[in-house]
Design a binder for this molecule. Structure first.
Ligand SMILES: Nc1ncnc2c1ncn2[C@@H]1O[C@H](COP(=O)(O)OP(=O)(O)OP(=O)(O)O)[C@@H](O)[C@H]1O
Ligand SMILES: [Mg+2]
Length: 365
């Protein structure tokens, strides 16, 4: 059952309260009286009134000051205040409105005016409460959906890594071994066949060699097996060397010796973030130098990728994302969040880009 609206009357003169009480008798309102501005401020949080009728001329804090202070309180800001005053000068009304008052009633109070103004202010309050309820439900729904999407993201990334690991393994082991066997047989054939066959055989051998190399590269690009076998640091070292050779960039890796292997999800996320960052540098940065650092301090892992390239304006990112064209940085941020970390990007046009990931690590047991 909804309770009737609560009206707080603030007036130093109790007879004024009695007048208001008489004028509102027969209405479905609860009234609470307090004889000072200080008192009203003190009980506001506890009382939670729906409307305040506030006298202007009071000893101590006057109505304007009380109004200002109430409106500055988080809860008070949303409670309508009607100032009750014998002052009728425009400048007094202006003072009241600038203090945050919602309306005025002049003394002596007319019953019709009081009822009409109280009703319209209470309607406003009711609508605000409805909106607030709607907002709370909306926030809860958004939170729930975000949690669901996050869980889905984790599952998708895990499934993607499992699939890549499987494909990389199949390509490297099954296809790679079959190609190696073909190569050995071709060499045997080379020895026993006539010289007439040597040209097509050499051609086949060259094709097999090329295909073997391609299969190895595809397998490594899908997921280097050393990430599972040896861990993050050796894999980063190998990957950065390979990237530097391919791109001609000067790339350095500075690493702390990690006391133990990191969780698999953290190793994968760090590797994929470096991979995307280096791809971006090669595609967009026009850089000369790249430095990657991996440090561990105070149970936190710090990964940074810094380039000296052209940098970029991050305000343009959201437009590109909306079009679905630039998803690399979004993916890096998402990977960072999913392992409980935080990714930050500092980039200014003309001054290079720095990508930093911080991941809290569990304290050793
Ligand atoms: N290191 C960098 N130096 C300069 N510009 C960069 C750098 N990294 C990113 N950018 C800019 O930020 C944009 C967004 O990068 P993001 O990786 O999100 O998308 P993308 O590389 O354009 O596309 P993809 O979705 O294929 O990764 C890039 O288009 C580029 O303009
Ligand atoms: Mg990219």
């Amino acid at each position: 059952m909804m309770q009737p609206a609560l009206i707080l009357v603030v007036d130093d003169d109790p007879t004024n309260f009695e007048v208001i009480e008489a004028l509102l008798s027969g209405q479905d309102y609860r009234l609470h009286y307090i004889n000072s501005g200080d008192g009203a401020i003190a009980i506001l949080e506890h009382l939670e009134p729906d409307l305040i009728l506030l006298d202007v001329m009071m000893p101590g804090l006057d109505g304007f000051e009380v109004c200002r202070r109430i409106k500055a309180m988080p809860m008070g800001a949303t409670i309508p205040i009607i100032m009750v005053t014998a002052l009728s000068e425009k400048r007094d009304l202006a003072r009241g409105f600038s203090a945050g008052a919602n309306d005025f009633i002049s003394k002596p109070i007319s019953s019709i005016e009081l009822l009409a103004r109280a009703r319209s202010m209470l309607l406003l309050r009711e609508q605000y409460k409805q909106l607030q309820g709607f907002n709370t439900r909306l926030e809860a729904t958004v939170q729930m959906r975000t949690a669901q999407l996050r869980a889905l993201s984790i599952k998708l990334l895990e499934a993607q890594e499992t699939e890549r690991r499987f494909l990389a393994h199949e390509l490297h082991d099954e296809v790679g071994h079959a190609l190696t066997a073909i190569k050995l047989n071709l060499h045997r054939l080379e020895r026993i066949m006539s010289t007439q066959a040597s040209e097509p055989l050499a051609d086949c051998l060259a094709l097999v060699d090329g295909t073997l190399q391609q299969v190895r590269n595809i397998s490594l690009d899908l997921r280097p097996s050393m990430l599972d076998d040896l861990g993050l640091v050796p894999t980063l070292r190998w990957y950065i060397n390979r990237h530097a050779k391919r791109t001609g960039l000067r790339e350095t890796l500075t690493c702390d010796a990690l006391a133990q292997r990191l969780p698999t999800a953290t190793e994968t996320a760090c590797f994929r973030i470096v991979q995307e960052a280096l791809t971006n540098i090669a595609r967009h940065a026009q850089a000369q130098m790249v430095s990657v650092t991996l440090r561990q301090a105070n149970h936190t892992l710090h990964l940074t990728i810094q380039d000296d390239g052209v940098g970029f304006d991050q305000t343009n990112l959201s437009q590109a994302r909306a079009k679905g064209t630039s998803l690399g940085i979004l993916g890096m941020e998402e990977r960072g969040t999913l392992i409980g970390g935080q990714l930050s990007i500092a980039s200014t046009p003309g001054q290079g880009t720095r990508i930093a990931l911080r991941v809290p690590l569990a304290a050793p047991v």
